[in-house]
Design a protein around this ligand. Structure first.
Ligand code: FPP
Length: 247
């Protein structure tokens, strides 16, 4: 089995999972959040280097305030409760997105866990929170425009590598595999620049049902894919953009 270097997951279907059981959506989020630990552990054990989880999109701020506050509380609880396990498993936590808009408590828990795990060398676990790919691209364009205006950059110097260095994901390679649960077949504003050559895997399983077995199925499917990056099968694979060292 080929283990992808960078796996990104759109954890979808918590609400439907709860509804099928006649329970409130919150129940699905609680179950969904307890599904994160075994997936993180197994991904690390299998040798995945980067695991990026879409926890809360920029658009999710439009959900009912009660649901938003439950999601924030679940995130905070995970960040505190899992510290020991993250340390034991050598997992480094990072975050992408407009994290400054998180409630103070959640932001503090996030910053503390990031700082605590900063020297770990195993799996890099990235939480995409208040994340939107279009917003990320606009932010990069804005910074590049300022650099051009101040004279530190010439427009002709802007290339894929320079652009990559202005994204939230500058310290990681592009995802090899993007998994979306719940049968929806779209990217929903997730890693739009970075997914140019990602393999996409969609499963009908709802996120609370996404077990280690399901992760294996996704990796098996990934192993069967032929990645050509626009070239022919006989040509050597192009050198992919490397991750930049952490700041
Ligand atoms: C999508 O399901 C899921 C989310 C918007 C949030 C994902 C959050 C978790 C898995 C729990 C918290 C995360 C951590 C890391 C502790 P949905 O609500 O859109 O489901 P639906 O499409 O069935 O309504």
């Amino acid at each position: 089995m080929t283990v992808p270097q960078h796996v990104a997951i759109i954890m979808d279907g918590n609400g439907r999972w709860a509804k099928l059981r006649g329970r409130p959506r919150i129940y699905g989020h609680i179950r969904g959040s307890s599904q994160v630990r075994p997936i993180v552990r197994e991904a690390g054990r299998l040798g995945v280097k980067f695991l990026t989880l879409y926890c809360f999109s920029a658009e999710n701020w439009g959900r009912p305030s009660g649901e938003i506050s439950i999601l924030m509380r679940l995130l905070e609880k995970y960040l505190v409760r899992e510290r020991k396990t993250l340390m034991e498993n050598d997992v480094r936590l990072t975050a992408i997105g407009d994290i400054s808009s998180l409630p103070q408590h959640t932001l503090e828990a996030l910053r503390e866990t990031i700082a605590l795990t900063a020297r770990n060398n195993g799996l890099t676990l990235t939480f995409a929170v208040s994340y939107g790919a279009r917003q990320e691209i606009i932010e990069a364009v804005r910074t590049l425009a300022q650099e051009v205006r101040s004279g530190v950059l010439h427009p002709g110097q802007i290339n894929e590598e320079i652009f990559h260095k202005h994204l939230f994901t500058k310290t990681m390679p592009d995802p090899d595999l993007i998994i979306r649960t719940s049968g929806e077949i779209r990217l929903s504003n997730f890693l739009l620049w970075q997914s140019a050559y990602s393999e996409l895997y969609f499963t009908e399983k709802l996120w609370p049902e996404f077990s280690i077995q399901e992760l294996y199925l996704a990796f098996e499917e990934f192993s069967r894919r032929k990645r050509r990056f626009g070239l022919t099968e006989d040509q050597p694979q192009p050198k992919l953009l490397e991750a930049n060292p952490p700041l």
